[in-house]
Design a binder for this molecule. Structure first.
Ligand code: 3JN
Length: 339
């Protein structure tokens, strides 16, 4: 098999670091790995598979000779750099909002809609972390029972806001324990010992942008006829997003069959023995690949309805791992080429 030159853009960020870790043990045919980041980080050295790699600045010319770039550099950088990369023959898998809702670019979760990759134009978008874990769990239920409506509440980890937020949670927790003043910089309020119903900016319709991302991305990836409402909440958890999903289907189901579906679903691990205190937990999901599902039970307040609890590492399946799985699909399907 041909060996490809890969690049990670945003290689020193939270997600870029996960990308490097995952690629270290992947079986992707990587000839060379190029690491790019902002100008201030150029020249830094990183060890990868026993080699020392010098980080270079992410700029248009840097993409010459690269076959596939996985990018987690933020929406602005991606908007500017991705078309330049494609011009130079590089396929881009992008983790930001920049191209997610653009009709020309596929938005892909390999377990859900890998076939959307077939007609890519050089740029493939990876969804928001909260969308990814939810749709990995919803896809098998939708296929068999036709989902009509979903009510979602998220409990999101601070790592979704970057390393500064992780540091702030630790700092505030220490300050609290020491009886010192608590200072909030990253969020508008204290995050330690609190829950903030506010992720990303507020929109005119009263939803946050994070909430609207989940709704719009679900329509593009799974089915625009699914009705959905969302509340996204930031929790004092370092890593691992949790979600409460209330699901109504068109067709009647046995709850035991939902459990079987989840047990057999691609990318899902069922953890559902409440009698033994076994259900998905963020602290157990952190550092792992699967989407964990549990607390599956009938919602007696509506016809054909159920509740479940869904947890995954937001930096792995929610970001780095999904982009790398997309890269794997592209390699397997012979799609590492720009038309
Ligand atoms: O807050 C979270 O838990 C998820 C954060 C997502 C995020 C944060 C900054 C920029 C995104 C995203 O992936 O939707 C972006 C972006 O893509 O622009």
């Amino acid at each position: 098999m041909k060996n490809y030159t890969f690049a990670i853009v945003g290689a020193l960020g939270n997600v870029g670091t996960e990308m490097r870790n995952i690629l270290e043990n992947s079986n992707l045919p990587i000839g060379d790995l190029v690491l790019m980041d902002i100008a201030e980080n150029a020249g830094k050295k990183v060890t990868w598979r026993d080699n020392e790699i010098t980080v270079i600045e992410s700029k248009p010319e840097a993409f010459a000779g690269i076959d596939l770039a996985i990018m987690s550099a933020g929406g602005g950088a991606s908007l500017q750099l991705s078309p330049e990369a494609v011009k130079r023959g590089c396929v881009v898998v992008d983790n930001s909002t920049a191209f997610r809702m653009h009709p020309d670019h596929p938005l892909v979760i390999p377990e859900v809609n890998a076939e959307a990759l077939e007609n890519h134009n050089g740029i493939i978008a990876s969804p928001n972390c909260s969308t990814i874990q939810m749709l990995v769990a919803l896809k098998p239920i939708h296929e068999k029972y036709n989902i009509k409506r979903v009510v979602v509440s998220t409990y999101q980890a601070v790592s979704g806001s970057g390393q500064a937020a992780v540091d702030e949670l630790h700092q505030q927790t220490r300050a609290f324990a020491n009886g010192e003043e608590i200072v909030a910089n990253v969020y508008p309020h204290q995050i330690a010992f609190n829950a903030l119903p506010h992720i990303d900016v507020f929109m005119e319709n009263g939803y946050t942008k994070e909430e609207m991302k989940m709704i719009e991305e679900t329509a593009k990836i799974l089915d625009p006829s699914i009705k959905m409402t969302t509340t996204t909440v930031r929790m004092p958890v370092v890593n691992g997003h949790s979600e409460s999903l209330n699901i109504e289907t068109e067709n009647p189901f046995e709850i035991e069959d939902i459990r079987t579906l989840m047990d057999n679903a691609d990318g899902v691990v069922l953890e559902d023995e409440p009698i033994n205190n076994i259900y998905p937990l963020a602290i157990n999901a952190a550092g792992k690949d699967p989407v964990y599902v549990g607390r599956i039970r009938r919602d007696f307040s509506a016809d054909n309805a159920l509740n479940m609890w869904c947890v995954s590492d937001n930096l792995r399946k929610g970001a780095a791992l999904n982009t790398i799985q997309i890269a794997q699909e592209l390699v397997q399907r012979g799609l590492v080429r720009v038309k």
